[in-house]
Design a protein around this ligand. Structure first.
Ligand code: URA
Length: 248
């Protein structure tokens, strides 16, 4: 027998989505402010199927329900915000609706971009999906638009493709990376690992310096041109397939 979608009690679902404590969401439900397919549900114990389409079928206090558990989004991360739940200063989570920060399970970034790196950042509340995307076995590539301080030496394409480059303080060489040259100070680099400050350290290792770093692609998913810095958009199944499509 195939396993259907999971069910949750309505009060548990809403409190997990950050609408309030169990008590507070019960008040909402008992007040008749929650509807499913147009019908009021005033029984807080009622179990509902947790499926992506709930967000279009359920209305809470006049507004469509937030994304159901098990969702993912892409953000165009601006410069100056940090991929962390606890550091001081502006955080990527601060760019999401306030209620989403109280969700359980919490939303996390899929890997990280440095504070000074912009571009395509994925986020999800689905731990299994997160691990699948970052697992070395999935071989998900990441492409960066890199602006360099000094002109290219000329051997970067070969050197990075060789799979022998060693980063300072590490004892395992980097996997091969692809470099496409745009100008003598601008390249697109595609890597499959996610080591700490990897792209900046790769160029530091060959005597250059990264002045600007922007991620424009994860797997086969490109950052849409119309997604402005600081904006985000939910991922569709098709987007997720593109993320996981092995490219390199
Ligand atoms: N490499 C870096 O140096 N920084 C990032 O944010 C991502 C890759």
């Amino acid at each position: 027998m195939s396993k259907g979608p999971p069910t949750l009690r309505l009060d548990r679902l809403l409190s997990n989505l950050g609408y309030g404590t169990r008590r507070e969401v019960q008040q909402l439900i008992w007040a008749g402010l929650v509807t499913l397919d147009g019908d009021v549900i005033d029984d807080s114990d009622q179990r509902v199927y947790v499926k992506p389409d709930l967000a279009t079928r359920m209305i809470v206090d006049g507004e469509p329900l937030d994304p159901a558990p098990g969702f993912a989004l892409m953000m165009n991360k601006p410069l100056g915000v940090t991929c962390s739940h606890k550091e001081l200063g502006p955080l990527v989570y601060g760019l999401l609706p306030e209620r989403w920060r109280r969700r359980e399970p919490a939303i996390s970034t899929v890997g990280r971009l440095d504070k000074d790196t912009s571009g395509l950042l994925l986020m999800t509340d689905d731990g299994a999906l997160l691990h699948k995307i970052i697992s070395p076995r999935s071989n998900v590539s990441k492409r960066y638009d890199v602006t360099l301080d000094r002109p290219l030496r000329g051997d970067e394409v070969k050197l990075f493709a060789a799979g022998t480059l060693m980063l300072e303080g590490e004892d395992k060489p980097l996997l091969p990376a692809q470099v496409e040259i745009a100008t003598d100070r601008r390249v697109f680099i595609t890597i499959t690992e996610g080591r700490y400050h990897q792209v900046r350290r790769m160029f530091a290792a060959i005597g250059n310096h990264v002045n600007a770093l922007h991620r424009d692609r994860v797997g086969g998913l490109a950052l849409p041109d119309d997604l402005k810095a600081g904006e985000y958009r939910l991922l569709t199944e098709a987007d997720l397939e593109k993320v996981l499509e092995a490219r390199v």
